[in-house]
Design a binder for this molecule. Structure first.
Ligand code: SF4
Length: 393
């Protein structure tokens, strides 16, 4: 059963009516359950679960669940944009085709220069991104970029336009091991309205991309929605269902979820229909942690430094650092950025801050493997993480 069938099960579901019936007592009962059902998860996303006492309980459980799985460690990575040419017209993104911005498309020599600059920070985990244009960045180009990056990084994730399974296999063969595909929104009607024209209009092809990537041999998959485009509660709910679905279908894949909030961008002043305040973000993140205790949770530089510091104990496992959302930083000819970041800390600053909050920054590859006792860590840093768990950090 593909994930599209999971979505269909909720076609006629009345989320408002369900939320109206959730009480604090019911939410409290859910928090203490060892394994949450889909509707338990929805219960914790409901407005009644945002009451201070319930949120406090969720935060404590989320903290304990994260500590017992992975200790106090945060995997650091950085994005590398190699092209910002895009054939799509997403109104919420500076790279949209219709925007008159400075475009850059890196040569392989320029990719190498970027790799050297980033590798000098000590990071060994990178996320390679492009705008979505097969024309400007065909699979062959992506494969060549991955091959260059492989010389510098132990783990290469990609966030590019959705591919066929055989194309993902090609990139896995070149050294890519992680795939990030944001569905943007799981609301098909809202998705259609936001993505008229351009290849991104195909909702289902994008929705099934993570499954194709896992089938092709990706070791990690990150899914999620861009909060603000449609009803955030539903998008957070379906992001969690999507993550759990992939984790159950591909048990050897390290699955992560993320729900970034919209940031200012170039172009016509796009105003999101929905906003998510910090408190609600914390509610959603801790609910996800209780729904999927072993999942990765990525919190990007769309969130501010003080906020990222504040939520460190509550569930994140991965954070970006030393971030630029422009193309060509090393060349001196930098493109316009995809969006304004809210946390401009360098890798060194991030490491220092994590340590000051009692967290261990991890900068090399970090993978989960399945063994008889459940999910275990496998990496040069596994010892550090195990120690962190044992010390009760
Ligand atoms: S969100 Fe992605 S597909 Fe849409 S305009 Fe931006 S880069 Fe292109």
């Amino acid at each position: 059963m593909p994930f599209t069938d999971v979505l269909k099960r909720y076609d006629d579901f009345d989320f408002d009516a369900f939320g109206a019936e959730v009480t604090a007592v019911r939410a409290e009962r859910v928090i203490s359950k060892p394994r949450l059902t889909e509707l338990d998860y929805l219960t914790l996303l409901s407005p009644a679960a945002s009451a201070p006492r319930i949120l406090e309980m969720m935060a404590r459980r989320a903290r304990d669940a994260t500590r017992s799985r992975s200790g106090c460690v945060i995997l650091l990575f950085t994005p590398l944009y190699v092209s910002n040419i895009c054939d799509n017209r997403c109104p919420y993104c500076s790279f949209a085709h219709q925007n008159r911005i400075k475009r850059r498309h890196l040569s392989l020599d320029e990719v190498r220069a970027e790799a050297e600059r980033i590798a000098a920070t000590g990071l060994r985990h990178i996320l390679m991104l492009t705008g979505e244009s097969r024309r400007a960045a065909p699979v062959e180009y992506l494969r060549e970029c991955v091959s260059v990056l492989r010389e510098y990084f132990s783990s290469i994730s990609i966030e590019v336009y959705p591919l066929d399974e055989c194309e993902y296999s090609e990139l896995v063969g070149a050294g890519a091991d992680g795939l990030t595909v944001y569905q943007e929104t799981y609301d098909a009607a809202a998705y259609a309205a936001l993505h008229e024209g351009g290849p991104k209009a195909n909702f289902e092809y994008r929705l099934l991309a993570p499954e194709r990537g896992c089938a092709a041999g990706m070791r990690g998959a990150t899914v999620g929605a861009l909060l603000g485009l449609a009803q955030p509660l539903k998008d957070t709910f379906f992001s969690g269902l999507h993550a759990r679905y992939i984790a159950e279908k591909y048990p050897s894949v390290e699955v992560s979820a993320s729900f970034p909030r919209i940031r200012p961008q170039a172009g016509d002043e796009f105003k999101p229909d929905f906003t998510v305040d910090d408190r609600t973000f914390v509610q959603y993140m801790t609910a996800l942690r209780l729904f999927m205790p072993g999942a990765g949770i990525t919190v990007s530089t769309r969130e501010s430094a003080p906020f990222r510091n504040a939520i460190l104990p509550l569930g994140p496992t991965k954070m970006s650092a030393g971030v630029s959302t422009a193309v060509g930083k090393s060349s001196g000819q930098v493109s316009d950025a995809q969006f304004e970041i809210a946390d401009g800390r360098s890798v060194e600053e991030m490491k220092k801050d994590l340590l000051s909050y009692g967290f261990q920054p991890i900068i090399v590859d970090w993978n989960y493997i399945l063994c008889s006792g459940g999910l275990r860590l496998r990496s040069a840093d596994a010892t550090v993480i195990e120690q962190s768990r044992r010390n009760g950090h």
